[in-house]
Structure formats: structure tokens, C-alpha cells
Design a protein around this ligand. Structure first.
Ligand code: DHB
Length: 385
């Protein structure tokens, strides 16, 4: 079997779609089932540039209808909420709340409607000849010979570990906490997201629709979800999120709960020979700020352009610059996710000085136009180019 680009993993669905629009053939191999990708609960905040790209690429119909456009977020501390006004500060830009699995559905539908080849539940993928110009992808589907391989299969995927030892360098930061997240059948009690710093730990109020609230609580890194019966979750959320004006989240049946780990990871370079790494295969951000999928989409846009340029002109400059181009943006987004995480969480190792410094930082960010503007421009998304 032959194709131009062999793609491993779900972040590659967008790459496959963008390549198709440029007349370039690809095959996507994915270890999970279609149902799993369409149902797994992940973050749900899309940057303005991500939304624009999905719409431009013709996969934004449902997003435009069902996405919730937000022109600001709130930061809560000391029992009070403070709004960061994106419309004013960025100016005119916004974020859209639309769940990651909905983006996956839209992309899978678009690819299958266009006759795209996606092989779900393909577990036994191995990569060959990555240091040649004719790399191969082997699996139960058969041997696929291609010109390029895109490794979009996450940090635990096979792509990155197929690179010879020593060719990549990993930069890492772990955090001494995790998030316990729930989806609740309860109408969101606020129109916008609320990031809360509380002495008992971080909490986040978010939503998925007019009937479903999404909430997160900082918890221990090795937390066992069994220790968190629904009553305990609601009590903790109430304690951390409630503000002195009497606001509190609406409660309802918990539809889903899970624990999200917190790590910052970057691998450099994001390329080895004919293999290009994109999304979580190359970097992980802690969830604060919801940048994971946005970064993956930014990577594949750079890669799609570079591959299209190669087939159109034979020139490799954009391919050669792929890693450097992506890493400039990746590191800025890493910085932002690390900063939001550091500002908003309780660290057991920190003392009274740090606690007051965190409160001063929150006070500064919510009272200085320059500081609020910096948060806002990063939150709505740095330019893709
Ligand atoms: C959501 C997740 C995040 O990590 C975040 O910063 C904001 C919102 C969410 O799932 O809605």
C-alpha cells in the first residue's frame, strides 16, 4: 500500500483533512475505536484561531451552531469575582466552549464523507525507515509506504518512542496535584468560566451547554476517585467556588467523573528524518487554560502547509523549519499554562510569603489593564503564524 502521508493518532484527523483540501493523500491509523474518540471527555475551550481555522476548513458548521462564544472569563479569589474582558482587551476576540469530542466527531465525519481512510482500533503500529525518504508504517492493516509520517498519537503513543535514543531531548515539569473533573446535569449558574484560587485549592467552573456544567477541583496527584463520593465533591466545590455575593454553582446529578494529571513536557526537536511529531506526541501542557487541543491544531496547520509546499514546489524549507516554527509557539503556550497553574493552585511546599504573592499576582492581573491584557491575549490564543 502507498500513500503520501502516513498519520498516526487522533490529532492527525485535522492534518488529514487539511492535506485532503490540498489534494494530498493520507491514511490515518488510530488505536482507539471511533466511539471512544467521539465520547471521551476532555477540555472544551477553543481559541479564536482554532475556531477560525475549523470554520475556514469547512468543519465548523456544528461548532458555529452549538459552540458557546465567551467574551471573557472570571478570576475568583478572596470570595470575589473579577472579570477579564476579552472583547475590550484583545480586542474583539473570543473563545468558544465546544467539547473536544465534538471536534473529533466533526473531523471523522468530514474525512469519511470525503472517502478518507481512517483505520480505527489499530493497535500494532510500528514505524520503519524514519531516517530515509521512504518511511513505512506497518500494522494489521498492512505495510504502508509513504513520503512522510505524522506522529499525532499522544505522549504514550508509539511515534515518539520510535525515534532512536539520544535524538530527542525532553524538558519536563511535574506538579504536586491533579484535577478531579465532573460533568453535571445542571444549568450553568454563570455565563462565563470562573477560575478560583482558594486556600483549600484551585477550582474551575465551566460548562458544556445550557443544561450541563463542567467543574474541576484541585486534588492530590495520586487521588483515588473512590474517595470522592458525589456529596463530598459538591461540598468541596461549594466551599471553594461560592463568593460573598451569594453566588454558587447549580447542582445536579453527576454524569461523569475523572482525574486529570498535571505535567508540562516538551520534546525537541519535533522532527526526526521523515517523522514529524505534532500535538501531545511532542508536548503536554497542564490543563489550566485548556491549551492542549489548540496547540495540536496549531502544529498540524504548520505541518499541512509545509507538506503542501513540498508537493507544490519540491521545496523543503518549510519542512526543515517545522520544529523551530512550532516550538516558538509551543514554549509560549507552555509558559502561559505553567503561569496560570502556578498562580491559581495551592502548593503544599509554599509558605505564607508565597500565598500572599499569589494573591498579589491575582490582584495585579485583575486591576492592571496591561496585566489583564497579557492574560487575555494568551487565553484567546497567540497568533498562529
Ligand atoms: C475546561 C478545561 C480547562 O482546562 C480550562 O482551563 C477551562 C475549561 C473545560 O473542560 O471546560
Amino acid at each position: 500500500m502507498r500513500t503520501q502521508v502516513g498519520i498516526i493518532g487522533p490529532a492527525g484527523l485535522m492534518l488529514s483533512h487539511l492535506l485532503h483540501r490540498d489534494g494530498i493523500e493520507s491514511v490515518v491509523l488510530e488505536k482507539h475505536s471511533r466511539q471512544y474518540l467521539e465520547e471521551r471527555v476532555r477540555a472544551g475551550v477553543l481559541e479564536q484561531g482554532t475556531v477560525d481555522l475549523l470554520v475556514e476548513a469547512g468543519v465548523g458548521e456544528r461548532l458555529k451552531l452549538q459552540g458557546l462564544v465567551h467574551h471573557g472569563v472570571e478570576l475568583s479569589f478572596g470570595g470575589r469575582r473579577h472579570r477579564i474582558d476579552f472583547a475590550d482587551l484583545t480586542p474583539g476576540r473570543a473563545i468558544t466552549v465546544y467539547a473536544q469530542q465534538e471536534v473529533a466527531k466533526d473531523l471523522i465525519n468530514a474525512r469519511l464523507d470525503a472517502g478518507g481512510r481512517i483505520h480505527f482500533e489499530t493497535h500494532d503500529v510500528s514505524l520503519h525507515g524514519l531516517d530515509t525518504s521512504k518511511p513505512g508504517v506497518r500494522s494489521r492493516v498492512g505495510d504502508i509506504e509513504c513520503d512522510f509520517v505524522a506522529g499525532c498519537d499522544g505522549w504514550h503513543g508509539i511515534s515518539r518512542v520510535s525515534v532512536p535514543e539520544g535524538a530527542l531531548r525532553v524538558f519536563e515539569r511535574t506538579y504536586p496535584f491533579a484535577w478531579l473533573g465532573i460533568l453535571a446535569e445542571a444549568p450553568p449558574a454563570s455565563d462565563e468560566l470562573i477560575y478560583t484560587y482558594h486556600e483549600r485549592g484551585f477550582a474551575l467552573f465551566s460548562m458544556r451547554s445550557s443544561a450541563v456544567t463542567r467543574l474541576y477541583l484541585q486534588c492530590a496527584p495520586d487521588e483515588d476517585i473512590a474517595n470522592w463520593p458525589d456529596d463530598r465533591i459538591w461540598e468541596e466545590l461549594r466551599t471553594r467556588l461560592a463568593t460573598s455575593d451569594g453566588w454558587h454553582p447549580a447542582e445536579g446529578p453527576i454524569l461523569q467523573k475523572g482525574i486529570t494529571g498535571m505535567r508540562s513536557l516538551v520534546v525537541e526537536p519535533m522532527q526526526f528524518g521523515s517523522l514529524f511529531l505534532a500535538g501531545d506526541a511532542a508536548h503536554i501542557v497542564p490543563p489550566t487554560g485548556a491549551k492542549g487541543m489548540n496547540l495540536a491544531i496549531a502544529d498540524v496547520r504548520v505541518l499541512a502547509r509545509a507538506i503542501a509546499e513540498f508537493y507544490r514546489t519540491g521545496r523543503r524549507e518549510l519542512l526543515d523549519r517545522y520544529s523551530a516554527t512550532c516550538l516558538r509557539r509551543v514554549w509560549k503556550v507552555q509558559r502561559f499554562s505553567w503561569w496560570m497553574t502556578s498562580m491559581l493552585h495551592r502548593f503544599d511546599s509554599l509558605d505564607g510569603f508565597d500565598h500572599r504573592r499569589q494573591l498579589a499576582e491575582l490582584d495585579y492581573v485583575t486591576s492592571s489593564r496591561a496585566a489583564a491584557g497579557s492574560l487575555a491575549e494568551n487565553y484567546v490564543g497567540l497568533p498562529l503564524d
